[in-house]
Write a protein that binds this ligand. Structure first.
Ligand code: DAH
Length: 347
């Protein structure tokens, strides 16, 4: 009997270690411990065993059952592990760098902004920053823009509710409202109040207007502001700087021209047009790019600079429009849709 049982175990061991699927396992299990299984058949013979041998025999059979069950458990565990592995797919090394994420790319507006700052740093300008939430003083009053100026209208400017407080932006007087800056010219005032002349700053940043979005308008966009304050600054210096930066950015065939205009904070004031017909997709000869002028003496007096001693120029321009010119982009909305098919072209 013992030999028979040992033979069953040996056979079960050989068979079960070679099995790798559930149906095979179930069939093998039935062959040993099922109702018609080999081990079951041996147990059925217990009745024929003489009474005094039964306890020893029973023990032997129970031991054998235990050994076969252990083999069955191990076989099932192995099959389950194989099933899990099939679900998970091939083994991976989680310490390897991901194959599909590249090094990333800069946004085209970042590229143009950084390039403009680099061009301006070369001629002595430093980068100045200012808050996007402003008070009426910095955005309008100090820039000689009277209360009834259309730019201040609630239809053009995003004003914040009266109840809102900003601990880091202080009001000149309690009546003032907070707003989202409509231009980066506010940084001119902050810079002049903080420092003293001579001043040479460039300040890029986001601005907000209540515009309806279309191919050329966006309720938030970016500007780049420059302010130069020194002795004996003239319109020629302003024109020379604009020629220099646009030739540097867009190529030496680029031309600039001034058209007389009005801004409260400059006198005289101009609108600046660019001609860059060597660039792809440029159809018009002259493209308006920004505003500029000589800092108005009223502005100097307001920040405590003697207008008889100090002179200066300032200009501001839209970064989107520059980027559109440079890269031949025909819709401003592309900059803000975060479509990777667009963004990846600037890698
Ligand atoms: N702030 C003007 C705008 O947003 C642009 C501008 C005009 C900036 C004249 C200046 C300036 O610094 O002197 O349209």
């Amino acid at each position: 009997m013992q030999d028979i049982l040992n033979a069953i175990v040996t056979k079960a061991e050989a068979e079960l270690t070679g099995i790798s699927s559930r149906p095979d396992f179930e069939a093998a299990k039935a062959r040993y411990v099922g109702p018609n299984g080999e081990l079951t058949a041996q147990m059925k013979q217990m009745g024929a065993v003489p009474k005094e041998e039964r306890p020893a025999m029973g023990k032997l059979i129970n031991e054998t059952k235990g050994r076969v069950q252990t083999l069955l458990d191990a076989s099932l565990a192995r099959i389950e592990a194989l099933e899990l592995q099939a679900q998970l797919g091939p083994a991976i090394d989680p310490t390897l760098p991901s194959p599909d994420i590249g090094p990333g790319t800069y946004h085209p507006l970042t590229l143009v902004r950084e390039e403009m700052c680099r061009i301006l740093r070369k001629v002595g300008f430093t980068v100045a920053d200012g808050p996007e939430v402003e008070t009426e003083y910095y955005c309008f009053d100090a820039l000689n823009t009277p209360a009834d100026h259309p730019a201040r209208d609630g239809q053009d400017t995003f004003y914040l509710p009266e109840s809102v407080r900003f601990g880091n932006i202080s009001k000149k007087n309690p009546e003032e409202r907070y707003l989202l800056r409509t231009h980066t010219s506010s940084v001119q005032i902050r810079t002049m109040l903080k420092g003293s002349p001579p001043i040479r700053i460039v300040s890029p940043g986001r601005v907000y207007r209540r515009d309806t979005t279309d191919a050329t308008h966006s309720a938030n966009f970016q500007q780049l502001e420059c302010l130069y304050v020194d002795k004996n600054v003239t319109v020629r210096d302003l024109k020379a700087l604009l020629d220099y930066i646009f030739e540097s950015l867009l190529g030496k065939d680029t031309k600039t021209r001034f058209r007389p205009h009005y801004f409260g904070y400059t006198e005289p004031s101009f609108e600046v047009d660019l001609s860059a017909q060597h660039l792809p997709k440029v159809k018009k000869e002259w493209i308006e790019i920004g505003g500029c002028g000589m800092v108005d003496p009223v502005v100097f007096s307001d920040v405590g600079y003697d207008p008889d001693v100090w002179s200066g120029y300032a200009f501001g321009m839209g970064l989107e429009r520059l980027a559109m010119l440079l890269y031949g982009i025909d819709d401003i909305r592309y900059f803000y849709q975060n479509d990777l098919r667009f963004l990846k072209q600037f890698a």
